[in-house]
Design a protein around this ligand. Sequence first.
Ligand code: BGC
Ligand code: BGC
Length: 597
Amino acid sequence: MTSTKHRSQRYQLSEARQAEVERLLAAMTRREKIGQMTQVEYGSITPDQVAEWAIGSVLSGGGGNHGDGSASAWRDGVSAFVAGSHRSRLGVPILYGTDAVHGHSNVLGATIFPHNIGLGATRDPDLVRAIGRASALETAATGARWSFAPCLAVPQDPRWGRTYEGFSEDPRVVTALGRAAIEGWQGDQLERAGVLACAKHYVGEGAMVWGSAGSHRHPWIDWWDGWGAEWQIDQGDIAIDEYTLRSRHLPPFIAAIDAGVATVMACYASWQGQRIHAHRYLLSDVLKDELGFAGFVVSDWMGLEQVDADYTTAVERVINAGVDMVMVPFDFRRFIATVDDLVDQGRLTQLRIDDATRRILTTKARLGLLDPRNDVEAATSVDVVGCAEHRALARRAAAASAVVLTNNGVLPLVSETAVLAAGQALDDVGISCGGWTIEWAGGQGPITEGRTILDGLRAVLGANAVTYSRGATEQTERRAVGIVAVHELPYVEGGGDRADLRLPEDQVALVRHVRRHVDRLVVLVVSGRPLVLDAIAGDADAIVACWLPGSQADGIVDALFGAVADPGQLPIRWKHESTTWSVGHNVPVATHTAEVC
Ligand code: BGC
Ligand code: BGC
């Protein structure tokens, strides 16, 4: 079935621009077209090689930082690659892509917004749109004009390590907020500091079966095993039928296309045993023909290698399935030569190469990259990175994302309260930000600029009213209220797959210890997903889910003091095995189905 009903009317090209795309296409050699289809990670190529090979895109993956990691070092690094592309024979600029998944999150000093799961709790498309816009401005200021965001996964199993990258287990929330994020990222006029969004990972992501990842996972992730990572469900198999796939996982992508999303990234997972990267029905018949997606499809990092043990066969299958640009990411020469040979052998058609290249060039034209007068770099400044206005927005988002799971009358807090505060996550920017922050898997401690929950408590209550001790070991004096933060340490992708979502023993012990020294106890949970809290539930007068609030975690304190008009609602059921919030607590829990945005 071919239909154009979802084809977006946004960002249409003028006839003159379309003609420019066709002129370029006609002028290109086959090698140059294949170059456009090639995306290389920034450490595996030089600006001169970008010129020589007419490369289409360069990326920074998680932790792919330039120089000292600052915004100005990024701007210098990215501009050098862009300048390289200007020196290529036809001068087609590269697209520089990056994982700006919660703000421009690799860059030191950038504003780090709550991860998507927290934004899902806000149910607030206007807020998410504003965050997309702020993130786009920070990203464009460093010269990168393509973000691998938003993630439109619909996570169904909190044991999955990427749960926090999804907005909600409810497709309606993902659809509304995903669309808003794209509108924010791309802006009304893409060529004016718009940043291309990337709807990822298409499609079915979040419905993989626990234990199915084993045989497919990246060969190169074995080093994770050293510290007990699971890779049990991430990149595994999606076993649902087509009806469920279409009704639960496709709607966010339909809305994304409708909003004019420029790019779509294929999902690592398989659907009913077949790798999505090589799934012609899903990538070409459904996405492009049926839904009318007119942008281009990019593969995920080494997703190609998972399709077939034979590299040539993998390239053939992935491109024939409908992938237009391949995130190689390392050996670009091998990739380009392989595609070239496959065309010689008739295993890839010139038509497919032209279609992929046309899609990429058209996207570049939409972004204004083919218009030399459109100098976005000159119009932007790195001063916007981490600016006060964006930080205020991030704080507001953190406040709106907090969800009160249970409250035995202790919340909202009142200002004249003596507080005993404990727990590492209360005063840890890295833990508040989670994965995909500065480094691929994030980190602990002061990894970038930010304000912690403790900073917020001290600001509101006055430093003297708050006694903080990470492990609460020094405390003897009794206090009215205890605030203990429990947490997950940062993780990323399948490295965060965890069968057991209970709190570690030392955190349970900390909660119990503080309980003995306070009249009322508030437990804050800083995590990427619902955890099993049975062990401490009886000790807490209130429990608040903070998700991964980002660099302005002090916003959580605004929520504790009741300064949020519209408090967060659960984006995903807080339920795991035997535990469901609702029993034994006198404040009913918002359920995931209660209200959509
Ligand atoms: C990179 C990430 C990338 C990952 C692959 C890491 O080494 O830094 O950007 O996403 O590999 O999953
Ligand atoms: C992740 C993508 C990411 C890419 C580039 C992959 O490992 O699955 O979400 O955009 O790496 O870093």
